[in-house]
Design a binder for this molecule. Structure first.
Ligand code: FO1
Length: 325
């Protein structure tokens, strides 16, 4: 089967690793494509940083920093210290030496005129990732955070420098009106047997992917069931600061509210199915009433087995939706 995952960042990386292992344990015949959020991306010191992509790349390659959740393992920060002295990179944004290698290679290829899709291909072929990563769009659609008392700032400054503590009134992806979905993303979605919405930040990781012109249409036109996984358990984010993002767009931090936020595909929204944790079993009935087939299952991805278990639950729900379609 052709499996397509939408998302980006650490939660998506964990989920995709579980899905990849599930595919391996069941004979390895399925294909996995990931449509990756690029709106976190940022120009620093003339280099193009791509956090949601690089978290996936490094995790799938097995070279990621397991503690921080981003950047490379066994890092050093000699160059970053120099950049702070020169003042071309803020001291609050850490760029490891190995990580800078990726940013320099990506930027060099972009300056040579390669598309972001081609850059993903070149970066990914260094390792046997077992999945294909596609940018949602080849265009730059950086997220800017709208604030009550000052001009908008780039998402990375809000997230890293201010730890999402500045009250945000909204988010915009600069230039998205002129963006088009990447051909790789559209081809993967058109061929999909299952589409999975990863437990990523619904506002700044999944939201921008869905906001790319043509992406929602491609998703709702696909014959594949669309199943999402809540990144919120018992009213708390599993990791990151999605709660600050959800508050900014007026969505309660709950598995129920996020499922409703994505909406039922039968009602003009996105989801056919939604997985919530057993702690949120009370959300099942109201979401079912909205037309979203919902199951309460163990959502915590603590290790390979629990990640594989979650992937199996998502595929199981997709299977039951496909057979009842
Ligand atoms: N997150 C931090 O909290 N502090 C950092 O200094 C930092 C540096 C960094 C460098 C490269 C990269 O790909 C990601 C980095 N991140 C850092 C993570 C990133 O800012 C966010 O976690 C994601 O954008 C959220 O999806």
């Amino acid at each position: 089967m052709n499996l397509v995952v939408i998302g980006g960042g650490v939660g998506c990386a964990r989920f995709v690793m579980g899905l990849r292992e599930r595919v391996r344990r069941t004979g390895g015949q399925d294909r996995i494509d990931v449509v990756v959020n690029t709106a976190d991306d940022w120009w620093v010191s003339g280099l193009r940083i791509a956090p949601d992509h690089d978290s996936l790349l490094y995790a799938l390659a097995g070279v990621n920093d397991l503690t921080r959740g981003w950047g490379r393992a066994d890092e050093s920060e000699r160059v970053s210290g120099e950049l702070a002295v020169w003042g071309t990179a803020p001291e609050w944004f850490t760029l490891g030496d190995l990580d800078l290698g990726t940013h320099i290679a990506r930027t060099a290829w972009l300056r040579d005129g390669l598309s972001l899709s081609e850059v993903y291909r070149r970066l990914g072929r260094r390792w046997d990732l077992g999945v294909t990563l596609h940018p949602a769009t080849d265009a730059e659609i950086d997220t800017y955070v709208l604030l009550a008392d000052r001009d908008p700032i780039h998402f990375q400054e809000w997230w890293v420098r201010h730890r999402a503590q500045l009250p945000a009134t909204g988010f915009t992806q600069q230039g998205i009106a002129h963006a088009t979905a990447s051909s790789g993303a559209l081809a993967a979605i058109a061929a999909a047997d299952v589409v999975l919405i990863a437990p990523s930040n619904p506002v700044v990781s999944v939201g921008p992917v869905l906001a790319v012109p043509g992406m929602r249409e491609a998703l709702t036109a696909t014959r594949a069931p669309i199943v999402g996984v809540s990144g919120i358990i018992a009213g708390a984010v599993v990791r990151g600061m999605a709660d600050a993002c959800l508050a900014a767009v007026g969505v309660e931090t709950s598995a129920l509210a996020v499922g409703a936020h994505y909406g039922a595909r039968s009602d003009g929204g996105l989801l056919d199915g939604w997985l919530v944790d057993e702690a949120d079993a009370a959300a099942v009935e109201p979401l079912e009433r909205m037309g979203i087939r919902t199951r309460a299952v163990p959502l915590w991805m603590r290790d390979a087995d629990t990640s594989v278990g979650l992937a199996a639950e998502a595929l199981g729900l997709a299977g039951s939706l496909a057979s009842s379609a």
